[in-house]
Structures are given as structure tokens and as C-alpha cells.
Design a protein around this ligand. Sequence first.
Ligand code: 9GP
Length: 801
Amino acid sequence: MFSNSDRFKESFLKRLESMCGKGFEETTKRDQYLTLGNMVREYISSKWIETNELYRSENKKQVYYLSIEFLLGRLLVQNLLNLGIKDVVEEGLNDLDIDLGDIEECESDPALGNGGLGRLAACFLDSLATLNLPGHGYGIRYKHGLFDQKIVDGYQVELPEQWLRHGNVWEVRKPDEAAEILFWGKIETSYDNNELSFKHVGAEKVLAVPYDMPVVGYHVDTVNTLRLWNAEPAAFAPNQDILSYKRDTEAITDFLYPDDTHDEGKILRLKQQYFLVSSSLQSIIASYKKENSNIRELHHSVAIHINDTHPALAVPELMRLLMDIEGLTWDEAWKVTTNTLSYTNHTILSEALEKWPIYLFKPLMPRIYMIIEEINERFCAELWNKYPGDWHKIEHMAIIAHDLVKMAHLAIVGSNSINGVAKIHSDILKHREMKSFYDIYPTKFNNKTNGITHRRWLLKANPGLTNLIKNTIGEDFVHQPDKLIDLKRHIYHPDLKEQFANVKRKRKEILAKRIAEKNGILVDIDSIFDVQVKRMHAYKRQLLNVLHIIYLYNRLKEDVNYTIQPRTFIFGAKASPTYYYAKKIIKLIHSLADKVNNDPRVSKIIKVVFMENYRVSLAEDIFPAADVSEQISTASKEASGTGNMKFMMNGALTVGTLDGANIEIMEEVGKDNIFTFGLTAQEVLNYEENGRYRSMEYYHHDLRIRQVVDQLTNGFFSEDEGEFESIKDSLLVQNDQYFVLRDFASYIDIQEKVGVAYQQRDKWLEKALINISHSGFFSSDRTIQQYADDIWKIDPMGVRV
Ligand code: 9GP
């Protein structure tokens, strides 16, 4: 049905009318989207079945990527591209006067994740399938993904996201493969034939029903699987209140990241984590046992990856399944478990390294807690042998300490590989944060610098740039992104520079139009589009960006002769609903935008725009239009960042600290093609250790700083003067934990250099093209190949068509 546009058109019309029961003219865009989506899914099905058959018959090792987040983004156009049928479909639709872009707008943007972590997981799935690697995702089918953000009077308001409201054409429900998960109850221990056995009695049962989604590789036959679990009532025990049981059960998969500031929310998050892990492991073992008889060999056929600490319960759960269900001894089970599991750490921020209070954990998962206790005891005994008498060290490394279960420690002890996500991050893990673990397990630690899929972030998001690159260096980079380096030979060619400038301009026009429609702000296409889009967090320092804008405003007001290259500062960010400081920064950006954009003179030179509801589909419009990429986290705090890579691939220049993958971007493009500033990670860590930083000194000694900080509360903004008091306090009273004032001066300097550099148009274009040429290294294909070779030890299957 997709062999040529006429055949497609014919099948599409027939299907549309029969599916919707109305004539073509009466069908809506949504009818058309659903029809096309169903046709594409059907087309994928045969390849999907073949891939699964191949996996069964070859019985080679497969990897299962367990992640609490998969930030997929829309799938229709990406699937068309990967299947190689986008042109045919687009042509056929055009004949019918239908625009594919309009149809795409009907697809909801599945936001089953928060930010970098979840988007990385989605990029990895795309790369696994494209490299013909047998690798599948396991996650949760949240009924409501990350909230929809509305801005009301400058404040963030959260609305429930509704991606399933109109159904999901890509998923297939598989009730026959449901798994049963047990919570609460107690464990009865007994001796049978000299063997200990454990019986879980009085448990609350939850049914985990899988919904499978196909993951289509680019121009290959491989279609892997993303399995998302849905929580449903299992069996009702007598005396159970059916309604509350149903409500409690379904709540497990209702929301991504329930509010965990109170115990009830914490229990729900723990339930989610165990639910994901138990259902996934049961399913993995069941599928292994279909082709293999010896469970002791599981690790030869299966690798299971723990993405961040959320699925760390895979360690005790795999032990439980191997011992209690499969009958292995502790030692046998431990060998299989540790050889099967690997773990990625994505942050050193202590708030994200989960620790669960025992008083919640133990009653909820009694058997799992018993197993963790045993793992902990054995681990501590090992430590005692190594460091006899060093209680302090043992306490510090223990999995259970101070009435808390430490998930990162559990993941490290139970895995054969622990990796960070950029060189500097992995070094910090090895030599500081996890040093004591590195000392005892030096060979387990390694680095895998993150990557992004160029198929979404270049081919799909920026077809204009993709075509320009194809016309300049051919198509090899499409399959081998490191070939983008070939572009470097052409960067001095005036035609290429002009054409690139045109592509960028067109994308700026598209974004400007969107800004005009959504924000009612008219922006200057010739201004620098200076963009900071990412989650709102103190360490990412959107505040530094804001203070710089206030500084520019002051200069422009104070000195009518002060001229700079016009700039449009664009922000996009969601703040976690209970993170009040982050929400205040959102309000601050809006107040600043009001001030700047309404000043008749200043607004001709700078503008501030906050784009509501930042999400994957919006990002696809933003990255191609950016000139400058703001990556200004406090050095050492951003494990990697992946937005930095997406900007670079679309020819934006980075303004960044020496943090995360910015460092590797600098190594790739050279110091002249990136704007770095600020404290190094070492300097930040030294300050944190020696406590010698005094933000007040910077406030008192630098008049520019004093002025902008005072403006937060002196009536400069039209809000009441207390509105931004907490932000000022964070800088002065709380001694500026993220070194905003310490880096302020060097940020101002580098921003001046950016403005000057932009005016040297020719040189700027060369720098942008150099960035694109070197972005191939940051393809997730490279990252995934490294995981496959070094950690999972899996080989490709299938063939390229
Ligand atoms: O904050 C990191 C970000 O730097 C990294 O790029 C991303 C993917 O590795 O993970 C983020 N971490 C989290 O979202 C939570 O650990």
C-alpha cells in the first residue's frame, strides 16, 4: 500500500471512509491521522513479527532497558521516515490537499518523561533498532504523562496531560502476557526438606498488563519493542473494599512522578518502581524460558539495564525470582543477577539519588526487603574483611543505613557495570561521589558519553539543513553520522555559508511566527536567537541568564549610545509542581519579559520570550532556529546534558560552562568555536569543600551585581516587592549555592564576545558549520554501539534493506 503515491492514495481513501463511516469530504484531520496511523502500524506489523521470529530462532543475547521514563515525542512522521515511506505518503496526501504537518498536529506528544533522562531512553531505542541490535524498552504506561503547562499571569499552572484521550494507534494490548505483582502482606518462612522457603501471604495483588509499541529502525527491517505496563485490578480478596482496591491499583500507573513530598506519594512511587521491575523481569524470564532450559545461564542470553536508580529494585527482584520461583541457591542467583544487570548513573545531585525510609519500604515489599537486608549484610561483611574496624566507611557504603535503603548503592553492588554519561561526570563518580565503590570495584566503572538520534533531531526536525548537507557531502552521514565531518572541508565555501544562513533564517521565521501566534510578541529575525530550553532547576541557572538580561536592560536604559547586536532571549522550561523556587524563576522570566518587551526603546534591541509547555514537538521547532545555545549549569552539576548536542547539530553555538558534555563539545569543535566561561568543576568542588565562597562579597564589590540583585526586590518589577524575595535570599542569605554571582562577571564578558562574534557574519557561519560537522560524535548510534560492545555484549541481527 506504500509502494507508490497512487496506491497509497487509493488505500488511504478506502480505509478512511470505511473506518470513519463518512465520505472523504466530511472526515476530520483526526480521522485522517487515525487512519494513516493504523495503516502505518499495520505495515510495521509484518516486520515486527519477523523481527521477533528472528530473535527467537537465532536465540542470541538481547538487552532490556528498564526505565521509569521514555520521552518519545510524536511517532507518525518519525516512523514514516524510518520506514522510508515519508515521501510517498506526503505526495499522496498532497494530491488530496492534505498537509502531513497538519495531520501530525493531531498526534499527541507522549510525554512519558521529564527531560534528558527520558529523552535519552527514547533516542537509545531508535539507535538500537537502527543498528539492528536486539534491544527493547520496558517502562510504564502512565495514563497522564508530564503535566501540560499553562502560564496564567506569569505563573505556571499544571494541567493533567491526556495523551491517551483519543487512543494510541501504536500500541497493542497483550492481556495474555500479564504479570501479577504482590504488595503488602507478610512472609511466612518454613523449612521443607531442609530447605528454606518463603510464602507471601495476605498480599494485595496487582495485574500488570503489557502494551507493546513497535520501535522501527531507520531503513532496516528491525522492529524492536517498547513494552509499557498498565496497572489493573487482579483478583479481589474477600472483605476487600472493591472500589478502593480498584482506585489504589489504577493509581500506580495514573501519573508520571506522583508528588512524593508526603508518605502517600512516596509509597506510590515505590509501588511504581517495583511494579515496573517485577513485571518486566517476570516477562523477560518467561520469554527466556521459552527458548532456554537452564536459568543458570540467563546472563548469556539476557542483559538488563537499570536506567538511573528508579529500577534498582531489579537487583532484589531478580534474586527473588531466581531463588523463590526458580529454586536457585543464593550464590547461584547472585552470580546470575550480577552478571545480568548493569546500571547508569545520571546525576550526582543528592536529591536525585533515591533513599527510601524503611518504615515505608519494608511493609510494602516484605520479601524484597528481606533480600536487600541479606545483600547488605553480605556486602558489609565483605567490607569488614577489606577494611577491618573501619565502621565509618562501612556505614557510609552500606545499602541500608540510618533507616534508609540507598538505591544507588544497591544498584552498584548488584551490577556488573556502572557508567556515567559524560567523561567529567564519570570521573567525578570514580574519584569523588562513588570513590569508595570505585576503590573496591575499579573495573565495574566506565564512561558512556550520551548521544542523541540525528534521525529525529536533524533528519526529522530540520529537513532543510539535512538536504543542504546531503547536497554538499552526499548521503553517507544519514547512516553513519560521524561522516558529518566531511562537511568541514566545505565550510569556507561562500555558497554553503549562504545556503546555511538561508536555512537558518527560514527556521527563525517559522519560530518567530509561532511566537507571534502564541505569545503575541513580534521578534526580529535578524536578532540573535539565544535559547535556553530545559527543565527549570536552580543548578541549570536560568537565573544567571535572567540577571544578564536585567544587566543589559540597565545598560541600554542608562546609556543611549550603548549598542549591541539585537537579541531575542527564548526560554522554555517546566518546573516540577512542588519546586517553588523553580516556579518563581518562571514568574521572574515573565515579569522581565513584560518589562523589557514593553519598553519602547529597549524592546527594539532585546526581547524576552517564554514558550509555554516545552515538550519534544516544540523542541523540534526550537533547535533548528537557534543561534546560541545556553548550557550554563554550575560546573560539576550537569551530568551530561543532551540539549547541548541537539543545538550543536543544528548549527547553534554553545555558551557554556565546562560541565557535562560541553567539555567534549569543546574538545570536538575547538576552543574558538564555543564560548566557555565560569568556574571549573574542580573549582566548584573545592569551594564546596572549603566553604570559602561568600556571595555577599561579590554583591558588595561588583556594582553591576548589586544593581541587578537589588532590582529583584526594589520595585523594578511591577509585582509587589516581596514577590522575588526568595530568589534574592537564595543568592545572598543562603550564600548562592550554585555560584550564580561568582560566575556573573565572566558570563557578562563571554556574552559580549558572543555579540561581537555574531556581527562577523562570515566567521559565525563557519563556526556554526564546524559545530554541525563535529556533531556526529554525539549521535546516540555511537553511544549505543559502545554500550552494546562494552557493557551488554550484544551483536546485531537482521539486515539493512
Ligand atoms: O541531569 C541529567 C542530564 O545531565 C543528562 O543529560 C540526562 C541523561 O543522561 O540525565 C539527567 N538526569 C536526570 O534526569 C535524573 O538523574
